[in-house]
Design a protein. Structure first.
Length: 111
């Protein structure tokens, strides 16, 4: 169990979160694992929201949301792996408009 107390706007709130693990963790190791998990979650969701505008999607039923999520993840991986120093958003737009760059991303030879 992790108990977190947050002070914000003059008020205080406390929440409890429960985690299941087969590892025998001490407090420090558990805290590190929890922060690492949420860091990955936040990083992924930020990219989906900001770069791919996932929050604006109107897909809500049947297999649509899962199928589109799979396609977006497959598109995100080569864009993220490209060695360019541009933002992910710029790389995504470059891939949308430049057939040769898109081919290089897929072949993992983009510069």
């Amino acid at each position: 169990m992790v108990e977190a107390t947050v002070e914000q706007g003059g008020g205080t709130s406390t929440s409890r979160r429960y985690f299941i693990s087969s590892l025998p963790l001490d407090e420090r190791s558990l805290a590190r694992a929890v922060r690492a998990h949420w860091g990955i979650e936040n990083r992924l969701h930020w990219v989906l929201d900001v770069v791919f505008h996932d929050d604006q999607s109107r897909l809500r039923t049947e297999n649509g949301p899962g199928n589109v999520a799979d396609i977006i993840h497959m598109a995100m991986n080569p864009i993220r792996a490209a060695p360019r120093k541009d933002s992910l958003k710029v790389r995504r737009k470059a891939a949308a408009g430049d057939h040769e760059y898109r081919k290089a991303l897929i072949a993992r030879t983009a510069q």
